[in-house]
Unconditional design. Structure first.
Length: 344
């Protein structure tokens, strides 16, 4: 596994993900759909009209045409025309549908009422250790149409609609790629912006915005097999051992050497999956003194041995997020950024 120029690219390159099929919702009048707890990341965009998106234990967000959103795993949510209409089960509606675009509401044929059109898909992580690294996603990421991240996606929204409207040659591959692009843009938006209260985003993604900690993360990724100590890592960015260790844990959520070990296991796992090398040679490359040392660390982090990991089919595992503040994350528009006071 060759390290790249930034940690986010490393993680994205390591992602074993499964993208769900694209689906759509065309709704008019008063309507509300309730989606139960899901074991994957939901991602989508509003192509026309507007609606409310309400995630459990978080403030509702108004979505307008051109807005994109990402919902973390293990969150129930409701999407609706307003906040008063009683909801119905989304799962039941989609199971009964005979089209990838589900129609909901009154007077669909006449078009007398405002139309809302939403398309979406899902992302499953197929690797435990990657899920741990990205497990700090907020419950909701709202990318408004006026942001640079959303503007980069705008040309693709028409393609989303084309793909969800009809089955064509290569549809499944195209759907996967579109979902992956939207997911990456959402991650970029999280890294680039502040939280609604003006503070930095906590967790691994937020740490990429800290000049010193991001440099250390890059060192860890580029030289993962080096026998790093906490003092040596701190010295690389002009920080003392104690202050560096505290700052790293505050931002990343893990002590430096614990993070380094998880990254080594992820990288070693990628090599093992290729099936071309012995466990001993992989262990030596990623800083372990022996095959036994790698096996012990590997099993402690993933729950299975390197040999089992190499031969077993990948399973979707989503890391449970603990203690995340119950507020949605919205990417501020350019005008809000200049004003220095983005709305929550």
């Amino acid at each position: 596994m060759t390290p790249s120029a930034d940690p986010l690219s490393d993680v994205l390159a390591s992602l074993h993900i499964r993208a769900g099929s694209l689906s759509g919702l065309e709704a008019r009048g008063s309507w509300a759909l309730r989606f139960q707890v899901h074991e994957h990341i939901k991602i989508g965009a509003v192509l026309d009209g507007s609606c409310w998106l309400s995630v459990d234990n978080a403030e509702p967000v108004r979505l307008e045409a051109g807005d994109c959103f990402l919902l973390a795993a293990r969150e129930s949510f409701t999407i609706s025309s307003d906040r008063r209409t009683p909801h119905r089960s989304a799962e039941e509606l989609y199971r009964a549908a005979d089209s990838r675009i589900v129609q909901l509401g009154h007077n669909l044929a006449t078009g007398a009422q405002e139309r809302t059109l939403v398309v979406g898909s899902s992302i499953d992580f197929l690797d435990t250790t990657v899920a741990l690294l990205l497990g700090g996603l907020p419950p909701m990421v709202h990318i408004r149409a006026g942001t640079p991240q959303a503007q980069a996606i705008q040309p693709l929204l028409g393609v989303f609609l084309d793909e969800v409207s009809a089955v064509r040659a290569g549809t499944s591959v195209m759907s996967d790629r579109l979902t992956e692009i939207l997911f990456i843009q959402a991650l970029r938006a999280v890294v680039a912006a502040d939280m609604p209260d003006g503070t930095s985003l906590p967790g691994w993604l937020g740490a990429l915005n800290d000049p010193r900690i991001s440099r250390v993360l890059l060192l860890m990724h580029q030289k993962a097999g080096h026998p790093w100590t906490v003092s040596a890592l701190g010295a690389q960015v002009g920080m003392g051992r104690a202050s560096f260790a505290a700052r790293f844990k505050e931002l990343v959520g893990l002590p430096p050497l614990v993070y380094l070990q998880r990254w080594r296991i992820l990288a070693a796992g990628q090599e093992l999956r290729r099936g071309e090398r012995t466990v001993a040679s992989v262990a030596a490359q990623w800083g372990y003194s022996s095959e036994s040392a790698l096996s012990t660390a590997f099993k402690r982090i993933t729950g299975i041995s390197p040999a089992q990991y190499r031969s077993a089919p990948a399973e979707a595992v989503i890391a449970t997020r603990v203690g995340w503040p119950a507020v949605p994350f919205r990417v501020p528009t350019a005008s809000e950024t200049r004003a220095g006071s983005p709305d929550a």
